[in-house]
Design a protein around this ligand. Structure first.
Ligand SMILES: Nc1ncnc2c1ncn2[C@@H]1O[C@H](COP(=O)(O)OP(=O)(O)O)[C@@H](O)[C@H]1O
Ligand SMILES: [Mg+2]
Length: 249
């Protein structure tokens, strides 16, 4: 069973022309896949559809083999918003991370155990009682991921996870995501991050899939990248130089 199946999916915002036009692809369980494309390509719209917020106009979406029904909550799917401020809303970190499991109606001991575990995985232990608006940018991002992990999802949708992070926090985020075994779709303009985390990359532009294949092949294709407003990441550019080593390339 795949974590995600899209069959000829078309989606539009109410009163507007379709934004996504006949997308088909599947994500096997545990697969980490990068979703790359210019602003307005439809990445966030796709995430809203997979999360059941926005209905499909045509085609079908299945998560873990079951059709997504708009408006119906599925704990298998966790969407991590681009803006942490849109996601965090409880007074303290522990309350925020406990919110989802509490909504599931779990016992208090289970809620606490899950929340502490998610905070631990995300390196946030000790900050339980911190007001969420007093967390740093990197901590906020990891708080959002903790709020997703606490639901024990099979599919994580990460929208621009490294946006506005400094280098150290970005590195920490990459290490965190690399160690996770859930299936993941990562929408990002940070192509070096995509290259590190995702063996496979899908390029979308104007609501259509333009490429779907191995990350070094897709991201290293200069003509393809330029045609869709991207640039071949530095570590895939042929170059020489002392003290110039990459993990890839
Ligand atoms: N709430 C909305 N209402 C109407 N149109 C929207 C809304 N959100 C996004 N769109 C439109 O959908 C298209 C795709 O946007 P989006 O999914 O945000 O792209 P991306 O995340 O790839 O930058 C754009 O044309 C955008 O203007
Ligand atoms: Mg977006």
């Amino acid at each position: 069973m795949n974590a995600l199946d899209l069959h000829s999916l078309s989606v539009g915002w109410p009163g507007h022309a379709p934004v996504l036009k006949g997308l088909s692809f599947a994500l096997p369980r545990g697969a980490h896949v990068g979703l790359v494309g210019p602003n307005g390509a439809g990445k966030t719209t796709l995430f809203h559809t997979i999360a059941g917020v926005l209905p499909a106009q045509q085609g079908a979406v299945q998560v873990m083999g079951r059709a997504v029904v708009p408006g119906q909550f599925r704990s298998e799917t966790a969407l991590v918003f681009q803006q942490a401020e849109d996601q965090l809303f409880c007074p303290t970190l522990i309350e925020d991370v406990s919110f989802g499991p509490r909504n599931l109606g779990l016992a208090e001991a289970e809620i606490t155990a899950r929340a502490r575990d998610a905070l631990d995985v995300c390196g946030l232990t000790g900050l339980e009682d911190r007001p969420v608006h007093h967390l740093s940018g990197g901590e906020k991002r990891r708080a959002c991921i903790a709020g997703a992990l606490v639901m024990q999802p099979n599919l994580l949708l990460l929208d621009e996870p490294s946006a506005a992070l400094d280098m150290r926090q970005r590195r920490r985020l990459i290490a965190l995501l690399a160690g996770m075994d859930q299936a993941m779709l990562i929408a990002s303009h940070d192509l070096e991050l995509v290259l590190e985390l995702c063996p496979r990359v899908i390029v979308i532009d104007q609501g259509r899939i333009c490429a779907d294949g191995p990350a070094p092949e897709v991201l290293g294709n200069a003509r393809l990248m330029e045609a869709h407003g991207q640039e071949v990441p530095h570590s895939l550019t042929p170059h020489h130089g002392a003290g110039h080593r990459h993990r890839h390339g």
